[in-house]
Design a protein around this ligand. Structure first.
Ligand SMILES: [Zn+2]
Length: 106
C-alpha cells in the first residue's frame, strides 16, 4: 500500500523552482550586506546608523532564512532543508536526497 504518489515532472520542476528561488533570495540578502554597510559608512559616520543597518539586515536575513527553511520537498513532502532541529542549506533534500537541480538533468 503506497501512501504517497510520485509527483509528475511538472510538479517536481515547479517545487524545485520554488526552492531555488527562496535560496536565491537568501543569497542576495547575504551578498548585499557588505556593500550596504560600506555605503552607510560613506554616507554617515554615525555608529547608530550603521548599527541600525546591521539590525535591519539581520532581521531581513533571518526572515529569508526562515522562509527558505520552510519550503517543502516536491518529492517526499518534508522540509527540504530541515531534518528535525537541524537546518542545513545543502543542495539535496535532507530526507529523500532529491537534488536541487534534478529537474534540469536528463
Ligand atoms: Zn525530499
Amino acid at each position: 500500500m503506497e501512501s504517497e504518489s510520485q509527483p509528475t515532472p511538472t510538479e517536481l520542476a515547479t517545487g524545485l523552482v520554488l526552492i531555488r528561488r527562496r535560496r536565491w533570495y537568501l543569497w542576495v540578502a547575504i551578498l548585499i550586506y557588505l556593500p550596504a554597510l560600506k555605503l552607510t559608512m560613506m554616507l554617515s559616520s554615525s555608529t547608530k546608523v550603521a548599527l541600525s543597518v546591521v539590525a535591519i539586515w539581520l532581521l531581513i536575513s533571518f526572515s529569508l532564512a526562515f522562509y527558505a527553511a520552510l519550503v517543502r520537498c516536491p518529492r517526499c513532502g518534508n522540509y527540504f532543508h530541515m531534518h528535525g532541529p537541524t537546518l542545513l542549506f545543502l543542495r539535496k533534500c535532507l530526507h529523500c536526497q532529491l537534488h536541487l537541480c534534478a529537474d534540469r538533468q536528463t
